[in-house]
Ligand binder design. Structure first.
Ligand code: EPZ
Length: 431
């Protein structure tokens, strides 16, 4: 088991460089299945979700070459409608993009239902609604999603999403790229990673317009050619480090960011009393006095991101006064609060609403990472708590944060990674 040991109380100071966006990379990599040629992709985050997706593509027959930790070359031209290995697919949510990519490229898909962080049912009915609008027939059987295009291939369709869905917006876009005719997707999500996926596909010859607005149009093209692309910086990784400085105090320059993407996160931290200075591609975060309480509701972009909710609650947990947090996206994204209560937090949860009553300080304890962002929140709690905190199941954190230990240590954090084996590995037995 992967554990992090943290001794809290040290303000963070220095400079941290943000990696490529996880939620862009985990869509762009499956989308490369559509490309008849070589894709060179830079600023790919070196995280376990990316490594898993590259393994899946490789097992399907793609040629995957890595040039250092953050640059890859993908050649999927020889992939023939292979079935992605279920033991890998159901470990992450983003494997659902394989459905759109296989359906778009081969006219049929058979992909195991996705996994991912457990904070609610997380259905994919809107993805299916989009595929059916393009003429596909989709069946769920024995834990697999099986989709077949009509004779003649997918046709342009018109779909109005019942709710704003990042995954459905991107998956339908992927499926539509090689279809015949125009596909219109309405009530789209507008996250930065949606724009990044559209820009990647257009760089390979797709004809997508409107990404970043609530209406996206995809004019089908016969094939996509190879090319090069650089993934945008990760908005949530950057926000996580901003929250860490806010919680521990200190003064950190966060480099390789797109300031516009940070607007809502920065605005909320400013309300709490954090000093934030924006530059062209970096942002400085300084916290001196005690944080003030604040209310927040998570919403689709450009609202406050749900993926920053746990990290922000940790900042509120030691702020002056009471804060109210409303989770607008998921029905159950407060499971991690139980772990914060072990550290002395004073939080009441009722469904989608949490009331956070600030305490003077958190105290170190043994806690678990319930999922990716909750795990990051536990790290921030350990960094600002008095005493030692051990975060178990820290492998969740490494799904989405490249080199988080090294980046935090460079900022002065007292944190180290432990690998605990359930049985003593062979060769380590004495005598
Ligand atoms: C993506 O998940 C992200 N994951 C999540 O980030 C993020 O929390 C979420 O978008 C919202 O921003 C990836 O990009 C891999 P949704 P996704 O479809 O696509 C409901 C992280 O920490 N819904 O926007 O699954 C759904 O249940 C992860 O990086 C349906 O009902 O999110 C949810 O309540 C965690 N039917 C809401 O819509 C559908 O067909 C928004 O989900 C699709 C979604």
């Amino acid at each position: 088991m992967t554990k992090y040991e943290i001794t809290g109380g040290t303000p963070l100071n220095g400079t941290v460089c943000i990696s490529g966006a996880k939620n862009a990379a985990v869509a762009i990599i499956p989308a490369a299945l559509l490309v008849d040629g070589i894709c060179k992709i830079e600023n790919v985050p070196d995280i376990s979700d990316v490594r898993l997706l590259l393994q899946i593509l490789s097992d399907m027959g793609a040629n995957v070459r890595r040039f250092g930790p953050n640059t890859i070359e993908l050649d999927c031209s020889r992939v023939r409608n292979a079935v992605a290995p279920i033991e890998l697919v159901h470990r992450i949510r983003a494997s659902y993009y394989l459905i759109g990519a296989e359906l778009g490229r081969f006219g049929r898909a058979c992909v195991a239902m996705p996994g991912g962080c457990n904070f609610g049912v997380r259905p994919i009915d809107q993805h299916i609604k989009g595929f059916e609008a393009m003429g596909a027939s989709v069946n769920l059987m024995a834990g697999y999603v099986c989709a077949d295009a009509p004779i003649g291939g997918l046709q342009g369709g018109h779909v109005y999403l019942d709710m704003v869905s990042v995954g459905a917006t991107m998956n339908i876009m992927i499926a539509a790229v090689l279809s015949t005719g125009m596909t219109v997707i309405e009530n789209c999500a507008k996250e930065p990673h949606i724009v990044d996926l559209a820009n990647f596909l257009n760089a390979m010859g797709a004809k997508i317009s409107g990404a970043g607005t609530d209406v996206i149009k995809v004019r089908g093209v016969p094939r996509l050619h190879g090319g090069s692309y650089t993934i945008i910086p990760d908005q949530i990784e950057a926000g996580t480090y901003m929250a860490a400085v806010a919680a521990t105090g200190g003064n950190v320059l966060i480099e390789n960011i797109i300031p516009k993407h940070m607007d809502c996160i920065a605005a909320k931290l400013r309300e709490m009393g954090v000093k934030i200075t924006e530059y062209d591609d970096s942002i400085r975060v300084e916290r001196t006095g005690r944080l003030r309480h604040v209310n927040v509701k998570t919403l689709p972009y450009p609202g406050f991101p749900t993926d920053m909710q746990p990290q922000n609650v940790v900042c509120m947990a030691a702020a002056a006064g009471s804060s109210i947090v409303t989770e607008g996206i998921y029905e159950n994204r407060f499971r991690y609060v139980t772990e914060l209560l072990r550290m002395g937090a004073n939080i009441q949860v009722d469904g989608r609403v949490a009331v956070v009553n600030g305490v003077d300080t958190l105290t170190g304890s043994l806690v678990k990472a319930c999922d990716l962002r909750a795990g990051a929140a536990m790290v921030i709690a350990g960094l600002c708590a008095q005493g030692m905190t051990t975060v178990e199941d820290a492998h969740y954190i490494e799904r989405g944060y490249e080199n988080i230990i090294g980046k935090l240590q460079a900022l002065g954090a007292n944190i180290r990674r432990m690998e605990e084996y359930s049985e003593v590995p062979a060769g380590l037995v004495a005598g």
